[in-house]
Structures are given as C-alpha cells and as structure tokens.
Design a protein around this ligand. Structure first.
Ligand code: PMP
Length: 361
C-alpha cells in the first residue's frame, strides 16, 4: 500500500486524553475531572440556547458583532480587538497557525496546558518546555529558554493543572524580555476565578506583543457549548481573522454566550461559591495529610506520597462514583487534580478519601 505521510510533527502528537465521565457499573457519578462549573450555566443562557434553535436553518452571523459587543461591554474592551472561536482552544490554534511554522519554536512551561504542545506540533513548529519552580511559572527559566526562533510563549494564569499563578510584575518582565517578534499569550481560562485580576487586559493594552485568551467553558458553565475569545492588538486580531472560518460559531453558541456573559449575578455567585469551597476542600485535604498548592482556579492539585498512592486513591474514589483527574501526563504522577464541586460534591471527595485512608489502617 502507498505510504501516505502527514506533515512533519503530526505523528509526534499524542492523542489528547480528556477527563472521563462514567464508571462501569456505578450509577451516581460525580464528575470532578474537567473543571466544569458544578452549578452549570446561567438559566438565562439555557433559555437563549433553546430559543436560538428556531433559526437553525439559517447561517449564523459571521462577524460575531453582538457577542463581541456583549463581551466588550462587560469587560470594558474595544469589540474591534476581540475575536471569538470554538472554545479558547480554537483561538490558541489560530495563533499557532498564523505565527508558528516549521523552524519556529512555541514555548510553554513544564506543567503547561497540553494543547500548547499539540497545536504547536500541528502547525509544524517545535514545542519547547521551560522548567517551573515548585509548580509555579518561572519567568527566568522562560526567558532563558527563548531563542530567536521563539514565536509564541504560552502562560496559563492561573495555570492548569497546578492552579498557581504569577503576578503583574512578573508578567510584564516576561513580556519585556521576549525576543523581537515573539508574542506572549496569556491564557485566562481560569482568570475569572481570581478576585481583582483582569486576565492580562492591562498588559495587552500597554504592549504590542501580548495577547489574552478567555473561555465560556469554566466559570460560565458552558464547556459543551464551545465558545472562547481572544483580545489583543488590532494587528494580531486582523491576522487571526483571516484564517478564522466565517461560520465557526453558530447562533446557538453565540446567543448562549451573550446571555451568560450578561448574567453578572450568576457569574458572581459562582465565583464566590468556588472561592469558598476551594478553601474548604484544600483545608480538609490538608487535615487528611494531603497538601495542595495554593490554587486560584476552580480546582486543586492534591499531592500524595507517590504515584501508587495517587492511583490507589483515584481508583477508590472511582469505585464510589467520584471521578477526578490523573495528571501523570502532565509530569505530575503523584498528584490528582480535583475540580471544586458544590458543597455536597466536595464533602463526597473528602468522605471518599477518608474511607480510603481508614481501609489502609
Ligand atoms: N486553556 C486552559 C489552561 C484550559 O485548562 C482549557 C480547558 N481545559 C483551555 C484553555 C481550553 O478550553 P476551551 O477550549 O473549552 O475554551
């Protein structure tokens, strides 16, 4: 048979492993493996999604103007500098496609989000990982890893799966130290969970080499709808808009996202509840002898004695119907990433780990 060879780099991509959502033979499942909002989306978003079905025979609006206007209004941003995509993953893909190709490097951190490597390789570029310092982004290590071939530097702030973040001075130092022509991409998938953090807007506004991505999948509880957006210098938006498919988002997606971003009460309640339960969960885990780094996102990274203990806890929780995320693929084999659930959900995690520990005595 003829050998049909894909582009270089494609066969180096390992298939993305998403969080599981069911366990054979267990009925009452609590999924805490994908950083989803335990309260789901705003009821207003659900209504808007249902209503948009009536017009599904029509092609959607191609310029996303109503969605960009709603995002711009809520965040105080110029809608002309916003681009929308099929999840923030698609915005990250546009960036790789537009700015990184064979011979170029895309840089990210040791425990950075898996899509940076995948999308860099898919664009034909070379992925480069910089070490972190105790699971925190290390600006010096990133700057040391830059070369004249570095085109994109991805930082999730807060980072997934560590939950840690770096402050504004460190981000500025990174942006200012990058080689000529490289873009700093601030991935703000979890930015809304951090009180007082603008996701990098002020840095974008004061530099021409910084771009920010955001999502409706986490705080807004719309992971299944697939809507994300990016904000950056006009010059970059104009480049990305050339490669965006004209109908990448449906009216169903856009209507849901508009209603979600406008429902500030729902978003604020979810943020407050997440902050409260994240503290509770971390404290309860610590009381069981399981440390977590200080997370500012909607999950915690629980550290066990070693990989075999993390796996045993994972299996025990699964047998109870509680699904959390193994992160060995992120170089953290002794850890489990646990999404912050509602009160009952968090209690179930702690009860599950307690019964595991009692069973070992
Ligand atoms: N960035 C980070 C850091 C993430 O954790 C995720 C989701 N796991 C994404 C981007 C992509 O999210 P989405 O495509 O759903 O917007």
């Amino acid at each position: 048979m003829t050998q049909i060879t894909p582009q270089p780099g494609i066969m180096d991509i390992a298939l993305y492993q998403s969080g599981e959502s069911h366990v054979e033979g267990v009925r009452d499942i609590l999924k805490l493996s994908a950083n989803e909002n335990p309260f789901g989306p705003s009821p207003k978003a659900k209504e808007a999604i249902a209503a948009a079905i009536a017009e599904v025979h029509r092609y959607p609006n191609t310029d996303h103007a109503p969605l960009r206007a709603a995002i711009g209004e809520v965040h105080g941003l110029d809608p002309e500098r916003i681009i929308c995509g099929v999840g923030s993953d698609e915005i990250l893909q546009f960036l790789c496609q537009a700015y990184a190709g064979p011979g170029d490097e895309v840089l990210y951190t040791e425990h950075g989000f898996a899509m940076y490597r995948i999308l860099g390789l898919a664009a034909g570029a070379t992925p480069v990982e910089a070490p972190e310092r105790e699971r925190v982004t290390d600006v010096d290590a990133l700057l040391a890893a830059c070369t004249e071939r570095t085109k994109l530097v991805f930082i999730a702030n807060p980072n997934n799966p560590t939950g840690t973040m770096i402050g504004g001075n460190e981000l500025s130092r990174l942006a200012d130290g990058l080689p000529e022509g490289a873009i700093l991409v601030l991935d703000g998938a979890y930015a809304e969970f951090v009180d007082g953090y603008d996701g990098g807007v002020s840095l974008v506004d004061s530099r021409d080499n910084v771009f920010m991505t955001r999502t409706f999948s986490k705080l807004y509880g719309l992971g299944g709808l697939r809507v994300g957006w990016g904000y950056g210098p006009k010059q970059i938006i104009e480049v990305l808009s050339r490669i965006r498919q004209p109908f990448n988002l449906s009216e169903i997606q856009m209507s849901g996202a508009i209603a979600a971003v406008r429902d500030r009460d729902w978003a604020n309640r979810c943020t407050r509840e997440n902050a409260r339960m994240r503290v509770w969960l971390s404290e309860q885990l610590a009381a069981l002898g399981i440390p977590c780094d200080t997370s500012l996102a909607n999950f915690v990274l629980a550290r066990f004695a070693d990989q075999s203990e993390a796996e045993a806890v994972d299996l025990h929780l699964k047998s109870q119907g509680v699904i959390v995320r193994r992160v060995a693929g992120y170089g953290l084999p002794q850890c489990l990433r646990i999404t912050v659930g509602d009160e009952a959900g968090c209690q179930r995690v702690i009860d599950g780990i307690r019964t595991y520990q009692e069973g070992r005595k």
